[in-house]
Design a protein around this ligand. Structure first.
Ligand SMILES: C[S@@+](CC[C@H](N)C(=O)[O-])C[C@H]1O[C@@H](n2cnc3c(N)ncnc32)[C@H](O)[C@@H]1O
Length: 299
């Protein structure tokens, strides 16, 4: 961005404010904004600056850096995260989950095992509810066993929407027909899709910021962490992949976004079993059995 101020309505974004906001976002979330992201900052944050009745982005930056601006910092982060998602996005992962992973987990659950599936960076919850629907479709009695789905995100607005479980009608376009009845209440007349209570009962949504200590310990038998690392710098990505590996069950499965790559240094611990789908090599499971017994503090 040029050092001169850029105009957008009445709000001015100086080069210094732009760099300051970029650095603050990276520090608080790990999100790396490109050098040409000034128009994104202007379009997403100008209304926040106005709402705070501040004259420009320099004043806004000073505010969100101050103790008094802690609440506004949360809103700034909410505004700058990209929350694009949809039901059954990258559907091959759901197919693999159903054919290669769930049958074994269902058997384990029937024998009394604790089964945890995590949608990490769940945005407005479609991914987590899709996983819950798949579990219920394949195991209608799931709620009588110790199976739970956890959805986490940094964006507090998204978490509210996820908990509410109400979506626009057009969201149904990605939902395979066989899941329609399992997932949604009959039309309540408000023109929206309402997630059924039985899916909500199996699903918990919590705040989790990947760059802060994680309030989960696992082990998770399934982790979906898709389309979030792509927004991070390589060092943050590596820490996320390592953190996920730490909480992945010995026989767990990790699904990442189709345009993402795990760190090369995890090549010994994780191997592909489908497109952007990982689990531990058999040799690794044998060596490390019994070393990952942990309790999960979140669900
Ligand atoms: C593009 S959405 C991905 C949603 C879903 N996983 C999918 O693939 O459809 C990325 C999500 O990552 C979340 N996110 C960004 N930075 C994060 C961080 N540091 N910790 C946790 N979540 C973060 C955003 O709030 C956003 O909801």
């Amino acid at each position: 961005m040029s050092p001169t101020a850029a105009g957008h309505g009445e709000i001015l974004l100086s080069a210094a404010a732009f760099e300051g906001i970029r650095a603050l976002l990276k520090c608080k979330t790990g999100i790396h904004l490109e050098e040409n992201s000034d128009s994104m900052i202007l379009s997403r944050l100008s209304s926040r600056v106005r709402r705070q009745r501040l004259p420009d982005f320099d004043a806004y930056l000073a505010h969100v850096r101050s103790e008094a601006g802690a609440q506004e910092l949360v809103q700034m982060i909410n505004a700058l995260t990209t929350n694009t998602t949809r039901f059954f996005r990258e559907p091959g992962h759901f197919d693999l989950l159903e054919t290669d992973v769930l049958p074994n987990l269902i058997e384990k659950a029937k024998r009394g095992a604790r089964i945890r599936l995590w949608s990490a960076a769940c945005a407005s919850g479609e991914e987590a509810y899709g996983i819950a629907a798949l579990v219920l479709q394949n195991f209608p009695d799931a709620r009588d066993f110790d199976i739970r789905i956890l959805g986490t995100d940094i964006d507090t607005h998204m978490l509210q929407r996820a908990k509410a479980g109400i979506y626009p009608k057009k969201s149904i376009s990605g939902v395979p027909d066989r899941f329609g009845d399992i997932m949604f209440e009959p039309d309540g007349g408000d023109g929206k899709l309402h997630i059924r209570q039985r899916l909500k009962d199996m699903t918990t949504f919590r705040y989790l910021n990947f760059v802060d200590p994680w309030p989960v310990r696992g082990p998770f038998q399934v982790i979906f962490c898709r389309n979030v690392a792509i927004y991070m710098a390589p060092d943050t990505q590596s820490r996320i992949w390592q953190g996920l590996e730490n909480v992945l069950d010995q026989e767990g499965a990790l699904f990442i976004g189709h345009s993402e790559r795990i760190s090369p240094d995890l090549a010994l611990q994780l191997e592909l079993f489908g497109p952007t789908s990982f689990r531990r090599p058999l040799s690794f499971i044998g060596q490390n059995a019994n070393q990952k017994e942990r309790g999960d503090v979140t669900t």
